[in-house]
Design a binder for this molecule. Structure first.
Ligand SMILES: [Zn+2]
Length: 549
């Protein structure tokens, strides 16, 4: 009653402003809190894919999100490297690798002198698999996620799940206290998990796996959804910038999946075709139904990451008919998923956001042919040359690793030889600075002693974790990569890698858009204010003012 009286009073008071009553009515049509939050991450989505393929999309997928939701058109990653592990961690922790510690997908572990995988955990075992793919957990992530904070704030009554084909894309978003994260094991074609979360897989997961959907989706050739002559946004299907799969002689449609399955073996093939997105969506819907998400008085949270666009981008690049078809089909999956949510719980009870873990450049070889500066570096060669250079000066190579564009020096040896670490770092930096394809070089000493407020050094600093990162950080020139000449890769501080879509939709979201600069770390802070819960404990984000007014 109190509410009604208040609204009536407001309506009378503002009767002369015709816009105001509509606004108030809109606001009260939403429940007090969302029943379910859905965080969708698309692996390797450039923001321009919204526009480039707009005319090919149906009404109910990306177009529905843009037309009914709030589109932050100028959303960027604010650190390097723009890879999948750091990307998913940063979206959900609201901070950058400097603080959450996921400095790459895998990195040289200075303590144990070997590679460490971002979600590798030798202390847990796989569930549903005997492979090492099961030994996974979020243990290497140093801060809480928005999903952790939701669980803590509800005294663990809110349920949190994560799913993706890639383990890191399921595990990092779901956080440390998730009910479960599920990822795909291509050796058996099943969704698996680990003992970090539970003792055994739920019955419904086993039932889902028994359907062998991955195998079924690979039984027919991959053909374009629309007649191929309509893919006018992309390069011709047969072009030299695309990867040729084992079992094929040209990178063209139709891709004979049963034949490729025979030639390549293993159901990992599903990752590199759009049906990997179908499988992910299928499993996401099963989580919602079987775990009764959104059906209690507490807000639940499901994170979904679509991994296939990244595999397809790496193989064929952003200008391929393959990637265009992948997005047209992904649009259908999103439409399906939104339809499911309408029927299951209703749009106004779901707060959904969609973004990406990084974007991607054009294939550099294609840019070179267009006379646009671009190029290829060879990191193996950079490492060898740097080692010989330091050997000539110090009678020892002094380098343990060059990985993720970071040089890891042998600090023990440097101390033993009583060398000046700062001087060795600077020598290495000066040498690297002169190599082809290298734009700039920064040392850990500089990063520890100086605060860079803008430019790529600022992004390098936000990606620099004082404990885990290397001694010398290298940034390549725009469109220079260490990769083969077909397909593309990502990881740089440049706009083509950092600029991603961000759309909020559903509960309490009014239609609109902004061109304001939004950083990827702002998402978690925005969600925290919307849900009236604590920010993740390493958060550096600023809530998006349009959404939390
Ligand atoms: Zn990738």
């Amino acid at each position: 009653m109190k509410y009604c009286t208040c609204i009536a009073a407001c309506l009378i008071a503002f009767a002369s402003f015709s816009q105001v009553p509509t606004k108030i009515e809109e606001e009260i049509s939403f429940p007090k809190k969302p029943k379910l939050v859905i965080g969708i991450v698309i692996d390797q989505m450039r923001y321009d894919y919204i526009y480039r393929f707009w005319d090919k999309y149906g009404k109910n997928g990306f177009k529905r999100l843009v037309n009914e939701g709030f589109f932050c058109k100028n959303t960027n990653f604010n650190y390097v490297p723009t890879y999948t592990g750091p990307g998913h961690a940063s979206i959900f922790t609201g901070t950058t690798p400097a603080i959450h510690g996921i400095i790459a997908n895998d990195w040289f572990d200075k303590e144990n002198l070997k590679k460490l995988y971002c979600v590798g955990d030798i202390n847990v075992n796989g569930l549903g698999t005997n492979e090492s793919e099961g030994k996974r957990s979020p243990v290497n992530m140093l801060t809480t996620t928005i999903t952790d904070e939701l669980r803590i704030s509800s005294n663990m009554k809110s349920k949190v799940f994560g799913v993706a084909l890639k383990d890191r894309s399921a595990i990092l978003p779901a956080g440390h206290v998730a009910n479960a994260a599920y990822w795909y094991d291509g050796s058996i074609g099943s969704f698996i998990s680990s003992t970090y979360y539970m003792k055994e897989l739920p019955l419904w997961v086993n039932e889902f796996n028994k359907k062998e959907l991955a195998k079924k989706y690979l039984m027919e050739p991959w053909n374009t959804l629309l007649p191929i002559e309509q893919y006018t946004e992309s390069l011709p299907d047969d072009n030299k910038y695309e990867f040729i799969a084992k079992g094929e002689t040209k990178p063209v449609f139709p891709h004979n999946l049963p034949e490729l399955l025979r030639a390549n073996g293993g159901l990992n093939l599903i990752r590199t075709v759009p049906f990997g997105n179908t499988l992910t969506k299928d499993f996401a819907i099963e989580i919602i139904k079987n775990e009764n998400l959104g059906k209690s008085s507490e807000t639940d949270f499901l994170t979904i990451s679509f991994s296939s666009p990244d595999y397809i981008g790496h193989a064929y690049g952003p200008n391929s008919v393959e990637q265009e078809d992948d997005y047209i089909r992904l649009d259908n999956e999103i439409a399906d998923f939104l339809n499911f949510l309408d029927a299951y719980i209703g749009k106004n009870n779901v707060l959904l956001f969609l973004t990406a873990d990084h974007a991607a450049p054009e294939v550099p070889a294609y840019l070179i042919d267009l006379k646009i500066p671009a190029g290829y570096v060879n990191e193996g060669k950079i490492l060898r040359n740097l080692k010989s250079y330091l050997f000539a000066n110090y009678a020892d190579s002094l380098v343990l690793s060059y990985s993720n564009q970071q040089v890891f020096l042998n600090r023990k040896l440097i101390a033993l030889k009583k060398l000046d670490l700062k001087k060795v770092q600077e020598d290495a930096a000066l040498y690297l600075q002169n190599l082809d394809g290298i734009a700039e070089v920064t040392t850990s000493t500089a990063l520890n002693n100086t605060s860079f407020s803008e430019g790529s050094r600022n992004l390098i600093q936000k990606g620099f974790n004082a404990k885990r990162s290397g001694d010398v950080m290298v940034n390549y020139l725009p469109a220079w990569v260490d990769f083969h000449k077909t397909g593309t890769t990502h990881g740089s501080p440049y706009s083509y890698d950092t600029h991603v879509p961000l759309i909020f939709y559903g509960w309490n979201i009014k239609k609109g858009s902004t061109a304001d600069q939004i950083y990827i770390t702002d998402i978690a802070a925005t969600l925290a204010l919307m849900l009236n819960i604590q920010f993740p404990n390493g958060s550096i984000g600023v809530p998006i003012s349009h959404l939390v007014k």
